[in-house]
Design a protein around this ligand. Structure first.
Ligand SMILES: [Zn+2]
Length: 75
């Protein structure tokens, strides 16, 4: 799993979760499903949003360089 792919999955899950929560307006149980989907975006974030060189968590860093070792994160 690359950092880029993990970010893509994370964003996809977050958006899907939020849309599902909005759809709860029509069907209430969707709200809880939306919460589960939204929070599942934390899984790729914490497991794979890491620097491939030093292994540190990139946190809010959306760039292509690690803020700890300065190397590219998309190699
Ligand atoms: Zn690093």
């Amino acid at each position: 799993m690359t950092v880029k792919k993990a970010r893509k999955i994370r964003n996809y899950l977050m958006i899907t979760g939020l849309i599902t929560m909005l759809l709860a307006y029509f069907y209430e149980p969707l709200f809880y499903i939306g919460i589960v989907i939204t929070f599942s975006c934390l899984i790729p974030h914490f497991l794979y949003n890491k620097c491939p060189n030093c292994g540190k968590q990139l946190r809010g860093n959306e760039g292509n360089f690690c803020q700890y070792c300065g190397k590219r994160t998309d190699d």
